[in-house]
Design a protein around this ligand. Structure first.
Ligand code: STR
Length: 417
């Protein structure tokens, strides 16, 4: 593959690296190639080399290793100017100061309020609202059928639900949801030219900064306002930090739960025996959710961490300054962790809860419990209302969007009866 995004082919770019396909034409094939390439595999991300970790145990260990940091200035290819803002994946890493990009004591300072707002106990308070959104969207699903009875479960249900939830939580008005969905779709798509991506990120920064200024002037009952207000005697977050956290929450909350809900529906429809078990009460929805998280992870690759010292993993050495990706899809299919049938979807699997799809260590997903509540509300309500739900096209015709880091379907057309 040529390398249009960097000034020159980066020095040290290895031959034999697994090239990550920006068009996501064969995700399962790519996942097996990554696993075959080793515990630590060399990958090529649009011409930029990195390591990826493909096994559960070693990923767990690296996610606890303080020698790996999120600070982009620890990346040799960035410091030397080989990787620039012209690289289409830069927005996944250089996303402003927030809990997503900082480590150590500063990270705890940036993250505490968010994780406290998202504990299972605090989430009980918003469960009724999630149920209400779900019912509303199920009505829209029914009303949205075309003359053949077909409706896109993604556009009408799986996509708006997490947007409504994270919008309510952060205080983003409903009138802005369609704009945000459109912007993030363009942000993640590899078909978007990089100058357009950089422009939309700048527009989003303006939007979020305005929201933060509004809440600073007039605090409301939302997490954005809570992030602005200083703890008694504590250090308040700066405006840049509040904006960073806000955009991380909206991007993450909106983009990942779509995958969880849709992937669970798709897995059940293609494994009707297991759907039966759930509908007959022989298995519970939590089993579906956890097995879906393991088997068909919403996040394929998490970019990126950087080594501040040489780190040995098995017989490979990550050199100081090199980048490390966590390949959650490969990790979920680890046979050491989940057994020889790790590639099979099986809600009765004993290890279904022992996945690492939300990460591990200090950066473990603060929204994990929230996404579980969303899925545990959406899935039973959907199949409760439409027990005969089925795909309107053969499963092989469902295509992935050209998004390198997320596992994202283009559409999911269904029949409701
Ligand atoms: C998107 C662009 C942006 O403005 C801010 C962020 C920070 C949080 C990131 C998000 C990103 C991309 C999707 C991520 C999310 C955190 C969790 C989510 C990586 C870079 C996952 O896919 C797990």
């Amino acid at each position: 593959m040529n390398c249009p995004h960097t000034a020159a082919a980066p020095a040290g770019r290895s031959t034999g690296a697994v090239v990550i396909d920006p068009m996501v034409r064969d995700l399962d094939g790519e996942t097996s190639r990554l696993r075959d390439a080793g515990v630590l595999a060399r990958i090529d991300l649009l011409g930029v080399p990195a390591w990826t970790v493909t096994r559960h145990a070693e990923a767990r260990q690296l996610l606890l290793d303080q020698r790996l940091v999120k600070d982009i200035d620890a990346w040799e290819l960035w410091r030397s100017g080989v990787v620039t803002r012209a690289w289409p994946l830069i927005g996944m890493i250089d996303a402003g100061r927030s809990m997503f990009t900082v480590d150590g004591a500063e990270h705890r300072r940036l993250r505490t309020k968010t994780s406290q707002a998202l504990t299972p106990r605090r989430l009980e308070a918003i469960r009724p609202a999630i149920e209400e959104f779900t019912e509303e969207l199920l009505d829209q699903l029914e009303a949205g059928r075309d003359e053949n009875g077909v409706v896109d479960l993604k556009a009408v249900f799986a996509q708006p639900l997490p947007m409504k939830v994270v919008g309510m939580l952060m205080g983003v008005d409903e009138s802005q949801h369609a704009m945000l969905t459109r912007q993030y779709k363009a942000f993640f798509s590899m078909l978007t030219p990089q100058d357009e991506r950089l422009a939309l990120l700048a527009e989003l920064d303006v939007f979020y900064a305005e929201l933060v200024r509004e809440r600073t002037a007039r605090p409301a009952d939302d997490l954005t306002s809570a992030l602005i207000l200083a703890e008694e005697g504590g250090e308040p977050l700066t405006e840049e930090e509040v904006v960073g956290n806000l955009k991380a929450m909206v991007a993450a909350g909106h983009e990942t739960t779509i995958g969880l809900v849709l992937n669970a529906v798709r897995a059940l429809l293609s494994h009707p025996d297991q759907l039966r078990m759930v509908l007959d009460g022989e298995a519970d929805w939590d089993a579906v959710i956890e097995e879906t998280l393991r088997w068909d992870t919403p996040t394929t690759h998490l970019l990126m961490r950087f080594a501040t010292e040489d780190i040995t993993v098995g017989d490979e050495v990550i050199r100081e300054g090199e980048g490390v990706v966590i390949s959650y899809r490969a990790i979920g299919r680890d046979v050491e962790q989940h057994g020889p049938d790790a590639d099979a979807f099986d809600i009765t699997r004993p290890t279904r809860n022992r996945h690492m799809t939300f990460g591990h260590g200090p950066h473990i997903c603060p929204g994990a419990a929230l996404s579980r509540v969303e899925a545990a509300t959406a899935l039973p309500a959907l199949f409760g209302r439409f027990p005969g739900l089925r795909l309107a096209v053969p499963d092989e015709e469902i295509t992935k969007l050209p998004v390198m880091t997320q596992n994202d379907m283009a559409a999911f057309p269904v029949l409701l009866d």
